[in-house]
Design a protein around this ligand. Structure first.
Ligand SMILES: Nc1ncnc2c1ncn2[C@@H]1O[C@H](COP(=O)(O)OP(=O)(O)OP(=O)(O)O)[C@@H](O)[C@H]1O
Ligand SMILES: [Mg+2]
Length: 256
C-alpha cells in the first residue's frame, strides 16, 4: 500500500458573507498519485487548494493532515516550514517577469534561507546548479537566462513547475495550470505533471476545467459540485452519466 501524504476530513469553508464554499470534504492522496479535481465554476476547487496550504483558513472542525501533521493547527513558524514542502503551480504562473527563469526558480528555494540571505539573493551554488538542472529537465536549457517576460506561456508554466520542484515538495497543488495555454502547450505541461507524480513519486492535485484532459492524465478524478465531493474514483469509473451529474449539464455541452 502506498503511503498517504494528504488526508482531509470534514474540510469545510464558509467565506465572510456566508458563502459555504466547501462542505465536509474528505479525501486522501497517496504518494505518486495524480489526481484531477473537476467541477463547474464555483464548485469550490480553488477554495480546496487554498485551505490545504492555509492561504485561507478552513472552518473550525476541519482537518487537513499533511505528512503526518495537522496543518490547521500549525503555528506560524511550523506552518512556514510545512509550506516549503507544498509546491504551488498557478494559472497565471506568478513569476517575476523582469527576472530570469533561473532567478524565478531560485525563488522557490527562498523558504530554506534566512531573511538576510533571501533578501540579497545569496543562493548556494548547489541550489543554482539544481535550478539549472531542473530547467534542463523541463526542456528549458536554452532559456535559463531569459527574462520570464520573453517566454511563451508554456515555457512560463514550466518555470513555475521548476520553481515548485526546487522546494523538494512532498505534494504539488496546481490550480488550473493549463487554463491559459493552447492545447499543445497544455499537453506538454500535463505530461510533465504526470511524470513528476509517477516517476518522482510526488503526488499532484490538479484543478482542471477540461474533463477530457483529466480523463487522459489522472490516475483518479475527484468531481466537485456546490462544495461537495460528488465523485471520487478511478477515471475509468467516470461515466458520461456521472460527468453530467457533476456539471448539471448534458455531456455534449460539457465536452463541446
Ligand atoms: N474570497 C472570497 N470571498 C467570498 N466568497 C468567495 C471567495 N472566494 C470564492 N468564493 C465563493 O466560493 C465558492 C467557490 O469558489 P471557488 O473559487 O473555490 O470555485 P472554483 O471551483 O475554483 O471555480 P472556478 O472553476 O471558476 O475557478 C464560489 O461561490 C465563490 O463565489
Ligand atoms: Mg478556481
Amino acid at each position: 500500500m502506498q503511503e498517504t501524504v494528504l488526508q482531509t476530513k470534514n474540510l469545510t469553508k464558509t467565506y465572510g458573507g456566508g458563502t459555504l464554499a466547501l462542505k465536509e470534504v474528505s479525501f486522501a492522496l497517496k504518494k505518486g498519485e495524480m489526481v484531477c479535481v473537476i467541477g463547474p465554476s464555483g464548485a469550490g476547487k480553488s477554495t480546496l487548494l487554498r485551505c490545504i496550504n492555509r492561504m485561507i483558513e478552513a472552518d473550525e472542525g476541519s482537518s487537513v493532515v499533511f505528512d503526518g501533521k495537522e496543518i490547521t493547527s500549525l503555528r506560524k513558524k511550523e506552518l512556514a516550514q510545512t509550506r516549503r514542502e507544498i509546491g504551488m503551480v498557478f494559472q497565471h504562473y506568478n513569476l517575476v517577469y523582469r527576472l530570469s527563469a533561473l532567478e524565478n526558480v531560485l525563488h522557490g528555494r527562498m523558504g530554506y534561507y534566512s531573511t538576510f540571505a533571501g533578501a540579497f539573493s545569496l543562493y548556494k551554488k548547489e541550489d543554482i546548479e539544481r535550478a539549472v538542472e531542473l530547467l534542463g529537465m523541463l526542456g528549458l536549457e536554452e532559456r535559463v537566462y531569459f527574462r520570464c517576460a520573453n517566454l511563451s506561456g508554456g515555457q512560463k508554466q514550466r518555470v513555475g513547475i521548476a520553481r515548485a520542484l526546487i522546494q523538494d515538495p512532498k505534494l504539488i497543488l496546481c490550480d488550473e495550470p493549463i487554463a491559459s495555454l493552447d492545447p499543445q502547450a497544455a499537453k506538454v505541461i500535463m505530461e510533465y505533471l504526470k511524470g513528476i507524480s509517477a516517476e518522482m513519486g510526488i503526488p499532484c492535485l490538479v484543478n482542471l476545467h477540461q474533463v477530457d484532459v483529466a480523463k487522459i492524465y489522472a490516475d483518479r478524478i475527484i468531481g466537485m459540485k456546490d462544495g461537495h465531493i460528488v465523485f471520487d474514483g478511478p477515471k475509468e469509473e467516470l461515466t458520461d452519466k456521472r460527468i453530467e451529474n457533476i456539471y448539471g449539464a448534458k455531456i455534449h455541452e460539457i465536452l463541446a
